[in-house]
Design a protein around this ligand. Structure first.
Ligand SMILES: NC(=O)c1ccc[n+]([C@@H]2O[C@H](COP(=O)([O-])OP(=O)(O)OC[C@H]3O[C@@H](n4cnc5c(N)ncnc54)[C@H](O)[C@@H]3O)[C@@H](O)[C@H]2O)c1
Length: 382
């Protein structure tokens, strides 16, 4: 198949490009380096440098003999995306290209406006690009479990049947996000659903939990092909931050009571989920939603796990609760359905102590590059 990866320089986009290239697909990547630029602007940097896209695709060719094409450009620029869609005419596209950090979106008005404008315009242009130049193209869109928030009822897989005054109908599951970034993902879903109904586009929206890990099937043994690992308060996700803090001998900073519970998954499972979604596309006019995670952990549970494995490896690990900079429930119900991808054949890689130790070992090799000033940046929701 011809597959377009939007946001292909990112944490998930680059591994996805390699995975689909290795599987025999013709892959074109698009990215505008927004993520790299925002990191520079905020004076945060990943644990180790990663080559630019030109170098990455060159390395990929040298190692595997396979070619991935890459184009640098902004998806919120219609002339750019329309020329890409018209030239390539993808069978499927994977849309990762958004500003993905909740703390960044809550930083100030400028960051909020950038997040809103970038994320919604990119999605709108993708929809129009598909309609005008590749109407059969299956859009695989990355949503987030954060769209649902933490309701006091079970979280279903995208849809909820409601009975009201003796009648029933099916609606998108009620969503209540905890940040502007997550709110843009809700708006994306609403836009996709509108155009699925009126233009019969085919969409799979993957409500993904935080992803951990760096090693994939394709980059094993080639660290120069790894994704970047951010451990700062803005772009770093909780497990990555805890691991780097443990290696640096810095206390694991739990926000508030630490009962915040989320669904997590290994990066290999992200790749498998994307491949499964592409292999069995949504029907024209269908917005198919899967909850993409394999197991749930509370923040306290993750901190305890990192501390326990870290100590077994000789690290001195402390856990410290700090005032929660976010506005969120710290002790709540979290029962979320996630059978759709399992039914398609997903075989989860759960977070064993051995897998965690592998990531800790990788971070230990870069211990000298850890900058503890990046752990806390004092970004408050209110
Ligand atoms: N990483 C996770 O744990 C996680 C969890 C849930 C959902 N997601 C979603 O998955 C997607 C990818 O996440 P990620 O962690 O790889 O983020 P990332 O920031 O590493 O990747 C996104 C990429 O898109 C690019 N991009 C952004 N706007 C663009 C534009 N207008 N034009 C061209 N390129 C643009 C960025 O430069 C970046 O390389 C995001 O949409 C995110 O919301 C990620």
């Amino acid at each position: 198949m011809k597959i377009l990866i939007l946001g292909g320089d990112g944490f998930l986009g680059w591994p996805t490009a390699m995975h689909l290239s290795q599987a025999g697909h013709e892959v074109l990547i698009v990215d505008n380096y927004l993520r790299r630029r925002l990191c520079l602007e905020q004076s945060v940097s990943p644990l180790f440098p990663v080559p630019d896209l030109g170098r990455r695709v060159q390395l990929w060719r040298e190692i595997t003999g396979l070619s991935i094409e890459a184009r640098i450009g902004d998806l919120s620029d219609w002339s750019f995306i329309s020329s890409v869609m018209q030239g390539f005419v993808p069978d499927a596209l994977v849309h990762y290209a958004e500003q993905p950090a909740a703390p960044y979106s809550m930083l100030n008005r400028h960051a909020a406006a950038l997040t809103l404008q970038n994320n919604l315009m990119a999605t709108l242009n993708v929809i129009y690009g598909v309609r005008e130049f590749a109407p059969a193209c299956h859009i695989v869109k990355l949503g987030t479990m954060g769209e649902y928030g933490t309701p006091n009822i079970d979280i279903e897989e995208g849809w909820l049947e409601i009975e009201h005054k003796g009648r029933t109908d099916k609606f998108l599951y009620p969503r209540q996000a905890g940040s502007l970034y997550h709110t843009t993902k809700i708006m994306d879903t609403d836009m996709l659903w509108l155009y699925a109904r009126v233009w019969k586009i085919r969409v799979t929206d993957l409500m993904q939990g935080p992803v951990y890990g760096l090693e994939t099937y394709e980059n094993a043994g080639h660290e120069e092909l790894y994704s970047f690992l951010n451990y700062d308060e803005i772009f770093g996700t909780v497990l990555n931050r805890f691991i780097v803090q443990a290696v640096a001998g810095y206390p694991l900073t739990v926000y508030g009571a630490g009962g915040q519970t989320r669904g997590f998954l290994n990066i290999k499972d992200t790749l498998n989920c994307i491949e499964l979604a592409i292999r069995t596309p949504a029907e024209p006019g269908q917005l198919r939603i899967f909850n993409q995670f394999t197991e749930t952990f509370s923040v306290n549970g993750l901190a305890d796990k990192v501390a326990s494995v870290g100590r077994q490896m000789g690290l001195s690990v402390e856990i410290k609760s700090i005032a929660n900079p976010r506005k969120e429930a710290e002790d709540h119900r979290y029962i979320a359905a996630h059978t759709g991808l399992l039914d398609l054949g997903l075989e989860p890689h759960v977070l064993t102590d051995e897998r965690l130790a592998d990531i800790i070992r990788l971070v230990m090799r870069y211990k000298d590059r850890i900058d503890p000033n990046q752990f806390l940046r004092n970004i408050k929701w209110a």
